[in-house]
Each structure stands twice: as C-alpha cells, then as structure tokens.
Ligand binder design. Structure first.
Ligand SMILES: O=c1ccn([C@@H]2O[C@H](COP(=O)(O)OP(=O)(O)O[C@H]3OC[C@@H](O)[C@H](O)[C@H]3O)[C@@H](O)[C@H]2O)c(=O)[nH]1
Length: 415
C-alpha cells in the first residue's frame, strides 16, 4: 500500500512537472505571439509610411517642370528677384530658371500672384518667399533683380505712401543686402523718370521733367531717388549696379485690374465693353495722332538679363521705339479679338505724359539688344492669355472688370 502511494505521488510529481512545463511553454508562446502582433502592427505602419513616402517622391519626380538647362557649380548663380511673382518678374523667373540658375522669388503679393510662378514650386532650384522689401532681408545671393513695386498708374496711385516706401526703403534694403553679400543689383527703373518729357525721343542723358507733387510723383520720384541710391552705393560702397529704364510693356500675366492701356483694351474688347480712350482734348488731330510705344515682355526680359551680365553701370533705356497711335492699338485689338466694342473717349487724367518714345541706341550698341517680337504677335499672345484668364475666372464665378485708369479718388489705405 505504501509502495502504491509512493508510486502515485511519483507519478503526480512527474505530471506536475509536465503540466508546469506545458504551462510555461504556453505562456512563452502566448507572449511571443502577442509581441509579434505588436511588431507586425509596427511594421505595417512603417511600411505604410514608406509607401506614402515613395508615392510623394515618385509624384515629385514625375511632376513636370519646364525643361531646365544643367549648369556647373561655377556657372550657376544664386539669383534673387524681388517682385518675382509679378507680370515681368515671373517671366524673368522663367528665363533664369530655364537657364539653370537658382532663383529665389520674393513678393508681397500686392500685384504679384502665386499662380504666376506656381509651375516652379517644389523645384530644387526654386524658392518662393512671401516678404515685403520694406523689411530687411538676409539671404546669400550673387545677383539681385530688384523689380518690387507696383508699376501701373492705378496701382501705384492706390497707396502713394506705400509706393514711396517700397521704392525708397525697399531699394535701400536691397542695396544693403547687395553690399553685405557682394551681389550685383539691377534696378528696374522706368521711363517715368523722364516725366512729361520736353525732348523727343528720350535718351539716357535727359534729366526729365517731373512734377514732384503730382499724382504720379510717388512712382516717378520714388524711382528717381531709387536710381540716386544705386549710384550712391556704387560710389561710396563699391556695390555693382545696373539700371534699366523700362518703357511701356505688355504681355501675358498682366493683372486683370492692371489698368494700363493694352490690358484695358484687350479685356474690354473680350467682354464687349467700350474701349476707354483717354485724351486731353477731343480734337480730330489728337484722336488721330496720340501715339504709344509698347514693348512685349519677352523682349524686356532678354534686355534685363543682357544688362545684368554686361559691364554697363549707367542707366539704359529698354523700350520699343516703334510708335503707333492709340487709335491703331484700339482698332487692332478690336480686330484680333473680333469684338464689336465701341471706342469711348474719356478726359485725360492729370499729369499724363503727352508723348514718350525711347531712344534705344545705347542698348543696341552696348548690349546688342533691340525688340524682336512684332506687335501683332505680342498682342495675340496677350489676348490668348486674357481669354484663358476670363474662362478661369468664370469657372470660379468671378467676373473681373478692367480698371478705369487714373480715375480713382478717395483715401487709400496706408501701411
Ligand atoms: O484705359 C486706358 C488706359 C490708358 N490710356 C492711355 O494710354 C497711354 C498709356 O497709358 P498706360 O496706363 O498704359 O501707361 P503710362 O504710359 O501712363 O505709364 C506706364 O509708363 C511706363 C511704365 O514704366 C509704367 O509701368 C507705366 O506707368 C496714356 O496716354 C493713357 O492716357 C487710355 O487711353 N485708356
């Protein structure tokens, strides 16, 4: 009996050990399975992140940018364009990007628009900064194209104090930057420094005829003092400067509300509105003879790049010397658009220059530059652009109205 009890006890011990071992295995197995579920989950998340990353990367690789030339480190420049999202600035951005440079666009989006440069966003050579040049800027660059300023009369007259600040403090800030980093600065000046000229055509030696207290003075005098600042920095601090005196320019990416004559006429013709022709007196002679010179934007951009990379530090006129009467412009635009719009004669605004035509002999001789785009071709491209813009706006339920040039009165906002 004793033996039997001992045998049972022995068996129980063995059973106990066996059971204990089984429990231990089960516990470990359970733990392991639990860990692997967690790990599997973690792996799954990591896998998902990798997939998304891959998707983003492949998207950015497959994103179509306009073709960009490859430039070696030595030839590739770091270029700042102030006002680079505007009408002229964005075309300049396109050219410099396609030439293979690194371009930083600075714009406060008063008249510039992201849409003008959105096709470069994400490109490794491109950067867009929302910044007002009235505030200092600290970046490393080799060249500065200083274009930031409203350029059309209704826009620069909208807030004259701001226009003055942009052209004075803004230019000082950019010249300070150029001095600090040893960059060359090109100022986008204007034919408006000649005011209402008493000589015709205007060459770069002419000092101008500007009313310092008139409605155009914020821009005219602002640009005149900007030029003065450039030459003070050149003489006193050795900053390399280039000054382009830009005459009337038109082209795609002009703002719908720009208010200059070509964009107004095109928009009015496309919308079947009367073409607003502004005149000092409505005599037959004036209607037939009031003349206009208009440069197409791609010609201007080529001139700006040639000037920047030249050794000419004195001012250079960039404009189209080909004169057409405003009536010719109106008729040509009407026929290209096939529009039934009438021509409406409006009284001329105060201080409008009577006649301006660039003498471009200096640019021809020293830069080998002259306009090459025929008027009709430039107008057709601009008309196509405005048609597309109108379509886009209509899809967004917004019908823009051309701005009646210089008729604006009232107290503008000041900041
Ligand atoms: O709707 C309009 C607008 C303008 N005009 C006339 O067209 C002529 C040109 O006017 P714009 O508004 O196009 O341009 P402005 O010549 O006055 O100024 C321009 O000149 C040089 C550039 O540097 C500047 O960007 C811009 O201010 C003026 O005689 C003006 O009275 C019209 O007949 N109808």
């Amino acid at each position: 009996m004793k033996r039997l009890l001992w045998l049972i006890a022995g068996l129980n011990r063995r059973m106990m050990k066996l059971l204990f071992a089984l429990a231990l295995i089960a516990y470990i197995a359970c733990k392991c399975t639990h860990l692997s579920i967690q790990e599997q989950g973690k792996m799954k998340i990591e896998q998902r992140i990798d997939e998304v990353r891959l998707c983003v990367l492949s998207h950015s690789f497959s994103q179509k940018y306009p073709p960009v030339k490859f430039l070696s480190e030595k030839d590739r420049k770091r270029i700042l364009i102030t006002g680079g999202a505007g009408f002229v600035g964005s075309h300049l951005t396109d050219k410099l990007m396609m030439d293979g440079h690194e371009v930083t666009v600075v714009d406060n989006f008063f008249t510039g628009r992201k849409r003008n440069v959105e096709h470069w966003i994400g490109h490794e050579n491109f950067e867009l900064i929302n910044h007002d040049v009235v505030e200092p800027l600290y970046i490393e660059v080799d060249q500065i194209y200083h274009l930031a300023s409203p350029a059309s009369p209704p826009n620069y007259m909208y807030n004259p104090i701001k226009t003055l600040k942009t052209n004075t403090i803004g230019t000082l800030n950019m010249l300070g930057l150029a001095k600090r980093v040893g960059a060359r600065l090109l100022l986008a000046s204007t034919s408006e420094v000649y005011g209402d000229p008493e000589v015709h055509p205007q060459n770069e030696e002419y000092w101008g005829h500007v009313n310092p207290i008139g409605p155009r003075a914020c821009y005219d005098e602002g640009k005149r003092v900007a030029e003065t600042m450039c030459y003070a920095y050149m003489k006193q601090e050795g900053v390399e400067v280039r000054v382009a005196r830009i005459f009337n320019t038109f082209g795609s990416r002009m703002h719908m509300n720009d208010g200059r004559v070509v964009s107004n006429f095109i928009l009015q013709a496309l919308q079947g509105e009367p073409l607003t022709f502004q005149l000092r007196n409505f005599s037959f002679v004036q209607i037939q003879t009031t003349a206009l010179c208009e440069l197409f934007s791609s010609d201007l951009v080529n001139g700006l790049v040639l000037l920047m990379n030249s050794n000419i530090s004195s001012p250079v006129n960039l404009g189209n010397p080909e004169e057409h009467t405003i009536l010719e412009f109106a008729r040509l635009i009407k026929s290209l658009v096939v529009s039934r719009s009438q021509i409406q004669f409006l009284p001329e605004a105060q201080d409008d220059p009577q006649r301006r035509r660039p003498d471009i002999r200096k640019a021809k001789m020293m830069l080998g530059w002259e306009p090459v785009v025929p008027l009709e071709e430039g107008l057709n491209k601009t008309i196509q652009y405005f048609s597309r813009e109108l379509e886009h706006q209509a899809n967004n339920q917004y019908i823009p109205k051309p701005k009646a040039a210089r008729m604006k009165k009232g107290r503008p906002r000041h900041n």
